[in-house]
Design a binder for this molecule. Structure first.
Ligand SMILES: Cc1ncc(COP(=O)(O)O)c(C=O)c1O
Length: 451
């Protein structure tokens, strides 16, 4: 595969440790990385090319976002055309056609009356926007005391102060604990390996964990709660598939007490489960959906909140003149991102990629579960085209076995994702069976060799 625009000499220069130093890398052990960097220089379809020229099979759709495969021509040329035509349009008090077209297409794709769209630039911003919309909705209804958010243990909702407050990953909160949002409570997580290890699809046990929401309502009073936010499938914490009946129960309790339910679909959105959104896959309707990643196939940063019509109407109608919602970003619905998203949605539709994911899912399920019995594997869980393979941690060194396995896979030519001792797989939806086989074979080899 050609490596465009990057000469070997340039790559070699980049590999010089001093040249790597100024970049403060996110969610990365900086010093260790810079001693042994892993650089990617180009990508096409299912593969990356590493700086040393090796082809790396992408088992993670980049970072859960490149659902249609890399550098797809229709998306690339849409971005190029947009950049040449309209590089930027002010977002406040002005608009541009692609933003409105994209909102209409997303509204048509989403179920029911989730038909209004607020744009942001990342999943974190989408989450913060959704939380603010929930507060603004309460305010518009004359219920300003309705201000508490309910998140969940082990949840990942990005890195804004809102997101880490409702999130439940201790390391992401530790250094910032002194300044988290003050009014947040958390549901228990649903990870229950003692009862559910090696589940295929939704685990059988744990629907009753949703009942903890009743306890939270009893503790604070329903009238104090603005919204409940969960990932339908928790991704970044190591792929936690919701137990059978769990999301339905959460929705029922929210309905009983008049609480907004937000699904964070930054990972599950755009076909990951074999349906446009997890909302349709699980048949449970939230009041808002947060989106990012696959919305532009990862090609241009973009986030979005899908909002039910009644919420939009209530907030907008509460202010007959002037600005109704004091929130937004310079780059909300940026022309390049909008063009990329429109082209991405067209690729998803023309290639029937959501259906393709649904058709490939049983093969993927069998493949990932074939890792049961390999060294250190204590759980395999999956739904759609996402899977988590959990390894037994080394005594006193949690996370090191997972990290070593991830690095070994990369050395062998496959990109997987690691969080702690969980390896996550989420290949692009264009994957062929042979790609799945190669990812599983590579992972199996790594598991045999990594102590
Ligand atoms: C469920 C969920 N919400 C929010 C985010 C944050 O998205 P971003 O990194 O684009 O801010 C992520 C990122 O992985 C995510 O998985």
């Amino acid at each position: 595969m050609a490596i465009p625009d990057v000469t070997t000499a340039e790559i070699a220069r980049e590999l010089d440790a001093a040249a790597l130093e100024p970049l403060w890398m996110p969610f990365t052990p900086n010093r260790a990385f810079k001693r042994a960097p892993r650089l990617l220089v180009s990508a096409k379809d299912m593969h990356y090319v590493a700086a040393d020229g090796r082809r790396i099979l992408d088992g993670t759709a980049g970072l859960w976002c490149v659902n249609a495969g890399h550098a797809r021509e229709p998306i690339v040329s849409a971005i190029q055309r947009s950049a040449a035509r309209l590089d930027f349009a002010p977002t406040f008090q002005m608009g541009h056609p692609d933003g409105f077209r994209l909102a209409a297409e997303l509204a048509a794709l989403a179920p029911g009356d989730l038909d209004h769209v607020f744009f942001a630039n990342s999943g974190s911003e989408a989450v913060d926007s959704a939380l603010k919309i929930a507060l603004a909705y309460a305010h518009a209804k004359g219920e300003p005391e309705r201000a508490l958010f309910v998140g969940r243990e082990r949840a990942y909702h990005g890195v804004g102060f809102g997101g880490i407050s409702v999130g439940g990953i201790p390391n992401n909160r530790k250094a910032f604990a002194a300044q988290l949002l003050p009014r947040v409570d958390h549901l228990p997580h649903t990870h229950d390996p003692a009862r559910n290890a090696f589940s295929r699809g939704r685990p059988a046990h744990g629907a009753e964990l949703a009942d903890a929401l009743e306890g939270i309502v009893a503790r604070h009073g329903a009238q104090a709660i603005a919204a409940v936010i969960v990932e339908p499938v928790a991704g970044s914490t190591g792929v936690l598939v919701p137990p059978q009946g769990y999301l339905e129960r959460l929705r029922a309790i929210c309905d009983r007490h008049g609480l907004l339910l937000i699904f964070d679909e930054v990972i599950t959105g755009f076909g990951r489960l074999g349906a446009p959104f997890a909302t349709e896959y699980f048949g449970v309707m939230p009041d808002m959906i947060t989106l990012a990643k696959g919305i532009t196939n990862g090609a241009v940063p973009m986030g979005a909140v899908l909002v039910r019509r009644g919420i939009y109407d209530t907030i907008v109608d509460a202010t007959p003149g002037g600005i109704e919602f004091f929130h937004g970003y310079t780059y909300s619905g940026h022309p390049l991102a909008s063009a990329a998203a429109l082209a991405t949605l067209a690729v998803y539709e023309e290639e029937r990629l959501f259906q393709r994911a649904a058709e490939l899912a049983p093969y993927f399920e069998d493949a990932v579960h074939s890792l049961r019995g390999r060294p250190h594997v204590i759980d395999v869980r999956n739904t759609g085209l996402v899977a988590g393979i959990e390894l037994e941690p080394r005594p006193g060194q949690p996370g090191t076995r997972g990290l070593d396995t991830f690095v070994d896979c990369f050395r062998r030519g496959a990109l997987v994702r690691v969080t702690g001792d969980v390896l996550a797989l989420s290949p692009p939806l264009i994957a062929e069976r042979g790609h799945i086989d190669q990812i599983i074979e590579t992972l199996g080899e790594s598991l045999r060799h990594v102590p």
